[in-house]
Ligand binder design. Structure first.
Ligand SMILES: [Fe+2]
Length: 428
């Protein structure tokens, strides 16, 4: 059984706070859709995913199906939309769907459905168990991130740009290996706290000493690998110059000369190949935890870990970019330099373990001891315990603050090239 905070008799005040969070998440996803031109809405920027129009209906259909149909037994007003927009797709790379734009409903009809769903859900919020509200909230925020990946792959003339030009440095930046003392790492979430099924049960593992790169591997470091024959990542492109070929980063709203000190976004397969080339490895999930949340022996007697790499302060509190602990929570769309957030360093002095790009681990996505699927969403994690997905930790520029908790796990196929996924190296 999954245990959540609050259980079903949520106080009205808590629900008021949750209503505000839900409104805020809706404003976020509405603002992303508002960037699209009408024709973009029916396009499919990533072959392995649905057309964008699916997601316009999916967020509300998910909320309706979970809150109204499965939890409160409310009679449906649109069974066709409830079903059409119920599930996303995750086929192996290369196996794209074949539906046509004309197979999907008109935008106006979906928006009418959405407004009605929102009104009914808001009315029923006081009767809805808190854990169910948390699920629809985080589901929407996860989709805000996946919508960003989809938008990233649209032509620039099909989306309205955000004007936040990123400034990158070109100074040489060494990436030293930092010694991590042996110790315990706590994986997973405490029963009684909110989490998705794959975060349970909380457990501790002993991690022997190892060394880890202070920074995420940068575009500049990866460029050496490409110059030695590796394929460039999906986020790069080449423009021929008179005398040479220049590399560019394909940003969300424009191309910029390759920012050499920003993290390289790569697939798991590319990250693993780089690690082999460099004579090192990707960290395991437990090593990531140890480097991010552990403390050196001289700072503590016995076992001590932090909720976040920088300590216990909630992420994203400061409006000032320089004072933030990392690049996350939709403050901007593209990565920053890997040394941009010293205030977010872990106790061991490792930088940007949270934010600025998820981090690949060498750990295959699987259940923790004591795992039980959520009764109302049994396939959420279990469908991906197939040895075909790898765990990612940390968070990207477009990961919402609530999902930066220590126990949160993300996962993708090793050849899926569209996510903001970075990596760092370890050696024993
Ligand atoms: Fe979904």
């Amino acid at each position: 059984m999954l245990v959540w905070a609050g259980m079903s008799t949520a106080p009205v005040l808590t629900n008021l706070a949750l209503q505000e969070r839900l409104n805020s998440a809706r404003r976020l996803t509405d603002s992303i859709f508002a960037r699209l031109t009408p024709e973009a809405l029916y396009s499919r920027p990533i072959p392995e995913r649905h057309r964008l129009i699916f997601y316009l209906g999916h967020l509300e259909a998910f909320d309706w199906n979970l809150v109204c149909r499965k939890t409160l037994n409310v009679a449906t007003f649109s069974p066709q939309f409830d079903t059409l927009f119920e599930f996303g797709i995750d086929p192996p790379v290369g196996q794209a769907a074949s539906d046509q734009p004309s197979d999907w409903p008109e935008v106006q009809d979906i928006q009418t459905y959405n407004l009605r769903v929102r009104a009914i859900i808001d009315e029923l919020l006081d009767q809805t168990p808190e854990q169910i509200i948390q699920v629809i909230l985080e589901h929407r925020l996860m989709h805000a991130e996946t919508l960003a990946y989809l938008l990233h792959n649209l032509p620039y003339d099909q989306k309205t740009p955000a004007v936040t030009p990123q400034v990158y440095s070109a100074k040489p930046l060494p990436n030293p290996m930092i010694e991590i003392a042996p110790g315990l790492a706590t994986l997973g979430q405490k029963r009684g706290e909110f989490g998705w099924d794959n975060e349970f049960d909380e457990h501790r593992v002993h991690v022997p000493d190892f060394r880890v790169s202070k920074y995420k591997i940068t575009n500049g470091q990866y460029l050496d690998f490409v110059r030695n024959g590796a394929c460039p990542p999906n986020f790069w492109l080449q423009r021929p110059n008179k005398t040479q070929t220049d590399w560019f980063y394909r940003g969300m709203f424009s191309e910029v000369p390759l920012p050499l000190n920003a993290p390289v976004y790569v697939t798991h397969a590319e990250a693993s190949a780089y690690a082999r080339w460099a004579g090192k490895q990707l960290p395991t999930e437990a090593q990531f935890h140890r480097a991010a949340y552990g403390t050196p022996p001289h700072e503590t007697s016995g076992h001590s870990e932090r909720p976040y790499p920088w300590g216990s302060a909630e992420p994203g509190g400061s409006a000032k970019p320089g004072a933030r602990q990392g690049n996350f929570n939709f403050h901007q769309w593209d990565p920053m330099d890997v040394d941009a957030h010293p205030t977010g360093d872990s106790a061991f002095g490792v930088s940007q373990l949270v934010g600025n790009g998820w981090e690949w681990t060498s750990t295959k996505f699987g259940p923790f001891p004591g795992f039980e699927p959520m009764s109302f969403y049994p396939g959420y994690s279990r469908n991906f315990f197939d040895e075909e997905h790898y765990v990612m930790k940390g968070g990207s520029p477009v990961t919402a603050a609530c999902m930066l908790r220590r126990s949160f796990r993300n996962w993708f196929r090793p050849n899926y090239p569209y996510v903001y996924a970075s990596f760092r190296l370890v050696e024993d």
